[in-house]
Design a protein around this ligand. Sequence first.
Ligand SMILES: [Zn+2]
Ligand SMILES: [Zn+2]
Length: 218
Amino acid sequence: MELTIAILLGIVWSQIISHLGASILLHRHYCHKQFKVPGWFEVMGLSMLMIACIRTPIGWIASHRMHHTHSDGPEDPHSSKYVGFWKVLFTTWDIKKIPTKYAKDLFKNPKLVFCHRHWLKILIAVWVISFLISPYFFIGFALVPFIFAKIGFGLLNTIGHRTPGGANVAWLNLFIAGEGYHKNHHENFKRIRLHKFDTGGWLAERLFKDYEPKRKTT
Ligand SMILES: [Zn+2]
Ligand SMILES: [Zn+2]
């Protein structure tokens, strides 16, 4: 019973992480600069991403930008045609070298640099502390989001690219915060809401579409 509750709560928590952390902050804001976000949202979203083990966000963002430039070609870091379906599904692919142009701006952001340097230490701390609190807490808080993020990313890069240039696959929305309309995303990566069932896009529009940070006066 406790295990079922831990898994169910873990799935709800995973949906929150995938909407706020992965879709809105990591993908839409950092990768594509669709809108600006306040500093507190960055801290909150990055914390979620560290829990779900995105590893280095700078690596994620740079490789995703590379993916957009070379979609489904030999230089696409996770093209299942060139890398292999299972490797892409289980996210066991690796990139030898990411051209600096994809990450230049990212190293100017101290929050991203901090996560880039310390993601492994943070992850180990999260896993150990949550396990010490309770094994069920560890399952719901850290393990389920980790698995959920792996599944979502693997499905996006395989099923979401079953046709070159990206595919619109409605059921993928359940795993990747409404971003199952991946063809629409590739056609225009600045478009926030990809479809009426794009829950992440809907939320992003409500939260940040018109957000402008206050200028510091000296
Ligand atoms: Zn894609
Ligand atoms: Zn993208």
